[in-house]
Design a protein around this ligand. Sequence first.
Ligand SMILES: *Cc1c(COP(=O)(O)O)cnc(C)c1O
Length: 358
Amino acid sequence: MIPVTKTFFPPLEEYNTQLERIWKNEWLTNRGELVRELELRIKKTLDVPNVTLTTNGTLPIQIALKNLANNGEVITTPFSYVATTSSIVWENCKPVFVDIHPEYLTIDESKIEEAITSKTTAILATHVFGNPCNVQVIQEIAEKNNLKVIYDAAHCYGVKYLENSIFNYGDVSTCSFHATKIFHTGEGGAFFCNSDKLNQRLFFSHNFGHNGPGEFEGVGINAKMSELQAAMGLSVIPHMSQVFSDRKDIVEYYNENLDFSNLDKLRLREGTEWNYSYYPVIFKSEDNLLHFQKLLNDENIVPRRYFYPSLNTLGYIDAISLPISESISSRILCLPLYKGLELKDLRRIVEILNSVNE
Ligand SMILES: *Cc1c(COP(=O)(O)O)cnc(C)c1O
């Protein structure tokens, strides 16, 4: 089968070398040597002031909301993975959806101010497919209205915007290191925070509130990454430049060979150094998408409908209409993109797609 993405497996010997360290230390979790080393590697590689590793990419969103959103209204995007919305609801906050920009696919910053009420406490936006939101305008709106800014940057490992890691924008950014993400630890994630003071608070939250063995700073949860997860991360991270460059070649192949007369692609915000994390295409109609999807499935090629459905249509959300997000959600499909995708398969995908869109 040719899936939408394939997890990158580092050479087994390299993973074993990391596991041997764990066996030697006889230490499996609670911020062991490997977790701390992976944090340092990431900090240096991405040039960020603070990073804390977590056991997945959803808990850091919840921790950020718990600390910053104060059970208020959270302005958010309907075009993301369900974790963005479910975390808001889970933390007893109210999601207030703002429609997206039809080409960048990120929250439409020009519609944020009209959604602000006296109960609004935060903005939680997603840098979709690693494409940055309009972080400057969002920052201005937040400062003017005294709101916190949290970015779901699950797709953004390695993305730079205006020569700065994308994780350095907003009060907090979260990332996912799930097996389907570009850099992974099997399951895993992280939060990034420029302010040392806020970082300290979030750090306590991710470890039950512990400030020493018998002292607690506020309410906390267990979101710690284990040594086993960090072992995977430490074996994957040396291969990341190869992962980025192999994906770049595939993206360029699609860009050069797809016929875009009846198809739209993601428009990257200017100033973005991208990570080639996803290759979404937007069809003229949902029927075209379904037709193409069926032709591919018949050949055992399985693209995915990221993101479908639009999150404002979830059963636990008060119904509200968001025409752009709903329309894009129904017409967007992510094409296979992973290190190791073979040229003959790539050719076939392009051939089929060009033929349905004639
Ligand atoms: C993957 C993903 C998450 C959740 O991350 P997990 O590590 O699976 O918990 C959150 N938001 C977005 C946009 C994602 O794609």
